[in-house]
Design a protein around this ligand. Structure first.
Ligand code: HEC
Ligand code: HEC
Length: 476
């Protein structure tokens, strides 16, 4: 009886701690297995010698097999499949972050037509994927956007990957999406403003291009209704890629490798700007943040805070399954530790005292809404943000809440890139933002000690997880 109550307590707390919009399915005990399966993803990149479990098929193996359709018996002896089988289809079910989605068509150097054709003929690449989010972000699974109207397939993600890194989408061939949303810079850029063709600059900082699968309206002011609509914007933006959609499509049509991929992914005569947007959006949806020390800690925290060491010892006898689950969570958390400072910072971040989660809510730490913190409002002609789209007074100077996941990698901060460090951001909140007529009523002067401020920074740093392995260079 007591045991059940305690278990209920644990689950209840997990829900509250993770701040998710919807309680996870009652299958919560399974979440314990997730970190393990996510870790296992890396192993799937290791060339397998044994016949691979279809769910773990090495991404390399299938395309190679397709390129070289030798019967299974002629494979090296170690591969000895029990019976001769055709190349296993790449799995339909996949956890985003799996490198087989974004690490590119196997091989080296420029993509050849042969490699592309073999890839397009690989069983499974055109199947609509059944995706899951990685542990941590998975708490937001009910908020996935856009995949009903633009289903994810491996071939579409791969096409989007190539387009994302291809400077030929710009007028002079020099600027790609990755110029301003660079994986090496946390899918953002370490410059105050985006720098486009001919070194031109706008007035806004490059936001991150990851975890977009949880977001529908795009841009700091939400002016693009979808990721697809957003993706084609920069191509024709005179200060970004400075091209026209027509010229961009003409260029792509001149590249045989793209022609065959568009045809295979979208059908005949499908190389048009809308499908460029769909492919780019699909690649971006595959870029998600892996589990962070915060996620591992949050999963085990209820056990640590609500059970005494004696309770835990009793648990080993009373409920071996629950104890086993606790042990696994504890081991995962120990392997990805949060500092004491980060643990204090977590408590503060989720408290009314700091009020951070009034806006940075849910598993991706954003309400996807627009707020005025006063950033840039002291300028002579301030950027009015969301107001320019809605013309509603309340939206003056309001910008979309960015995620806090992996934010430690994406300095500088805010829509105008005016704040250089996380410590500077925390100071901004401590002083209550910048006073102006439209300041959010959720932003108030905070009573924080220097230690509190350092703790908040440490917490945000502990929200950093791995990005998927991505191939930036191989293009047709
Ligand atoms: C010259 C730099 C630059 C280039 C090139 C560029 N972007 Fe951006 N991107 C920005 C800036 C700056 C913003 C914010 C603009 C705004 O909000 O008004 C932005 C916004 C975005 C957003 C919105 C994110 C959010 O949180 O709302 C996405 C997604 C994005 N870009 C993806 C892309 C893709 C895909 C490409 C290539 C087709 C691309 N960008 C090319 C600088 C760039
Ligand atoms: C009223 C809603 C709200 C509250 C409360 C809030 N934030 Fe924010 N946060 C935002 C918005 C909106 C932005 C972007 C503002 C801009 O660029 O003008 C932002 C920006 C940030 C950024 C910069 C991210 C980036 O990519 O540029 C960080 C870091 C951050 N907030 C952390 C915090 C912390 C820590 C707290 C609590 C002390 C907090 N926020 C409280 C809404 C909020």
């Amino acid at each position: 009886m007591l045991k059940r109550t305690m278990f209920g307590l644990v689950m209840g707390t997990m829900v509250a701690t993770l701040g998710c919009e919807k309680p996870p399915a009652p299958a919560a005990p399974e979440t314990a297995a997730e970190p393990a399966s996510y870790d296992a993803i890396d192993e799937s990149m290791v060339p397998v010698e044994k016949p691979a479990d279809p769910a773990m098929a090495a991404p390399e193996s299938a395309p190679e097999a397709a390129e070289n359709p030798a019967p299974a018996e002629t494979k090296p002896a170690e591969a000895k499949p029990a019976e001769a089988k055709p190349a296993a289809a790449l799995p339909k079910k996949v956890v985003l972050g799996d490198p087989s989605l974004t690490a590119g068509i196997p091989g080296e150097g420029k993509l050849t037509l042969e490699q592309i054709s073999a890839w397009l003929a690989t069983p499974g690449v055109h199947e609509t994927l059944e995706i899951e989010l990685p542990f941590g972000l998975s708490q937001a699974s009910s908020s996935i956007k856009g995949i009903d109207t633009n289903p994810m397939t491996r071939a579409k993600i791969e096409l989007g990957r190539q387009l994302y890194f291809d400077g030929r989408l710009s007028s002079d061939g020099t600027i790609s999406c990755a110029s301003c949303h660079d994986p090496a810079a946390g899918y953002a850029a370490h410059t105050q403003f985006g720098i486009g063709v001919d070194g031109q600059q706008g007035g806004r900082n490059s936001p991150v291009a990851y975890n977009r699968i949880l977001s529908d309206k795009q841009f700091w002011d939400g002016r693009a209704e979808s990721l697809e609509a957003q993706a084609v914007g920069p191509i024709a933006n005179p200060i970004e890629m400075a091209n026209t959609h027509e010229a961009c499509v003409e260029t792509l049509k001149g590249i045989e490798g793209y022609k065959v991929q568009f045809e295979a992914v979208f059908g005949p005569d499908s190389l048009n700007i809308d499908n460029v947007g769909k492919a780019l959006a699909t690649f971006e949806r595959a870029i998600v943040t892996g589990p962070a020390p915060y996620d591992y800690y949050a999963a085990v925290e209820p056990f640590l805070t609500q059970f005494t060491p004696e309770d835990l010892a009793d648990l080993e006898d009373d409920d071996p399954d629950l104890y086993e689950r606790y042990s696994r969570l504890k081991a995962d958390a120990d392997a990805h530790p949060m500092s004491e400072s980060a643990i204090r910072g977590k408590k503060l971040f989720f408290s009314e005292k700091s009020n951070c989660t009034a806006c940075h809510a849910g598993a991706n730490f954003t309400d996807e809404l627009y707020h005025n913190l006063g950033v840039g409002m002291d300028a002579e002609k301030p950027d009015l943000g969301r107001y320019e789209i809605t013309k509603e007074d309340k939206d003056k100077g309001a910008f979309k809440t960015p995620t806090v996941r992996n934010v430690a990698l994406t300095a500088p901060y805010m829509h105008d890139g005016s704040q250089k460090t996380l410590a500077e951001v925390v100071e901004w909140y401590a002083k209550g933002g910048h006073p102006n007529d439209h300041l959010s009523d959720k932003v108030k002067k905070l009573d924080l000690t220097d230690q509190d401020k350092a703790d908040l920074v440490a917490f945000m740093e502990a929200c950093t997880g791995d990005f998927p392995k991505v191939e930036p260079a191989r293009l047709p």
